[in-house]
Design a protein around this ligand. Structure first.
Ligand code: HEC
Ligand code: HEC
Length: 344
């Protein structure tokens, strides 16, 4: 009887608590998340198709879904070729796939340049750098240098967006995009040729006639609400490690660029990056955050390093001194530093 009475009195209160409090605390918009996730996960098809909601793929593209290159939001071995000069007929990136009878731009074959590093105690590490060879160029010679990029993990980007007192341009591996939304639109344009308010046209150069003539929908593939939903989904990928720094890391000169932590409004994050670009000998790249290193399949902007140790040994240019500090460590201390990063 008392229980019944209590239930009667408190039930509406408890229901309010269950329904309202979580949305108040986390303000999590589940509908937006699900919409964003579905546009991230599901494959797009070419126009025209029966599925009008996702028929904007191509004519020139690399893969048909974000998920193919960023499985579950993580990193993969999928690699793309970026051109230093985006003003040639090939644009900013080589599109290796196509539909609507438009010729794909080229095929990428990977070769490797090898060299060996030998430590003072005789231990050796073989380093392999991938070099792209472009075959079957459909639109003539390329007047540009080019380099490779591996698909990075997207975990933690939403947290990095909240870091204050750093240059706003911090997204993509060269830190040229000012927001996750801008980078999502860039990816949609360059990797899949999806149109959006930021890129209202297909990824066709004026001289790629067949690409221009291919049938296209009159509607924007990713209007702002879809772009925002995908961005929201990416921002929600916030499962990242929080490993506290060890002295050895700063002693070796690593924390000069790999800034261990930042205090956000509600939590301290441990990304290990200053979010700035540095030249380690092959152009400017953002200090790679280390917080997704655990069980990572590869490291470095082009995935050349298969282990943390290889990644450290690739540091040249502005980070040469730190790399040399690492090489001079005793084998035990080298292992300690490697294990510290492998835990992240
Ligand atoms: C063909 C493979 C591929 C596809 C498809 C792809 N990406 Fe990427 N993504 C990459 C690569 C490679 C990079 C690194 C590019 C660079 O730095 O120049 C990247 C970078 C990013 C980044 C920036 C990461 C950072 O650390 O700043 C975001 C965000 C992103 N992609 C989101 C997406 C979304 C959303 C989609 C789908 C609309 C998508 N990607 C489709 C390969 C791909
Ligand atoms: C001058 C700045 C600088 C210093 C010093 C530096 N790094 Fe880096 N580090 C970078 C940059 C930039 C990258 C990204 C390079 C690329 O992808 O081309 C990177 C990448 C890495 C990676 C690969 C991460 C990934 O996911 O690809 C590891 C591991 C790493 N650094 C560890 C270290 C360690 C350990 C030290 C100290 C011995 C160190 N770094 C010192 C700038 C620096």
């Amino acid at each position: 009887m008392i229980l019944n009475h209590l239930q009667h009195k408190f039930l509406p209160f408890i229901i309010t608590l269950i329904l309202v409090i979580p949305t108040r605390i986390f303000a999590f918009d589940e509908d937006k998340f699900i919409l964003g996730k579905s546009f991230f996960d599901k494959p797009w098809v070419g126009f025209p198709a029966s599925t009008t909601a996702r028929d904007g793929l191509g004519p020139l593209f690399n893969e048909n879904a974000c998920l193919v290159c960023h499985p579950k939001g993580g990193r993969s071995h999928k690699i793309v070729v970026k051109l230093d000069n985006p003003n040639t007929i090939y644009g900013a990136q080589i599109n290796t796939k196509s539909n609507a009878n438009v010729p794909a731009e080229a095929q990428v074959v990977i070769d490797y340049k090898r060299h060996t590093v030998t430590y003072a105690n005789g231990d050796k590490v073989l380093l392999k750098k991938p070099v792209a060879i472009l075959e079957k160029l459909s639109y003539g010679k390329i007047d540009s240098e080019f380099s490779l990029r591996i698909a990075p993990s997207l975990f933690g980007l939403g947290l990095l967006e909240k870091v204050a007192n750093k240059p706003i341009n911090r997204f993509n591996l060269s830190a040229i995009e000012p927001s996750i939304l801008a980078q999502v639109a860039n990816a949609a344009h360059n990797d899949m040729s999806l149109t959006s308010p930021l890129y209202p046209y297909e990824n066709c150069d004026t001289k790629q006639v067949k690409c221009h003539q291919a049938p296209k929908s009159d509607e924007i593939d990713l209007p702002m609400h879809r772009l925002k939903a995908i961005t929201y989904f990416v921002q929600s990928l916030d499962k990242v490690s929080a490993v506290k720094p060890i002295k050895l890391f700063s002693k070796a000169g690593c924390s000069g660029c790999h800034t261990p932590s930042y205090d956000l409004e509600k939590r301290t994050i441990y990304p290990y990056s200053d979010l700035l670009v540095h030249n380690l000998g092959e152009g400017n790249f953002r200090t790679a955050p280390l917080w997704n290193s655990k069980k990572a399949p590869n490291f470095w902007h082009d995935g050349r390093a298969k282990t943390v140790e290889e990644a450290i040994l690739w540091h040249q240019g502005d980070a040469r001194l730190a790399m040399e500090n690492f090489v001079k460590l005793s084998p035990e201390y080298r292992k300690k530093l490697i294990r510290f990063i492998e835990k992240m």
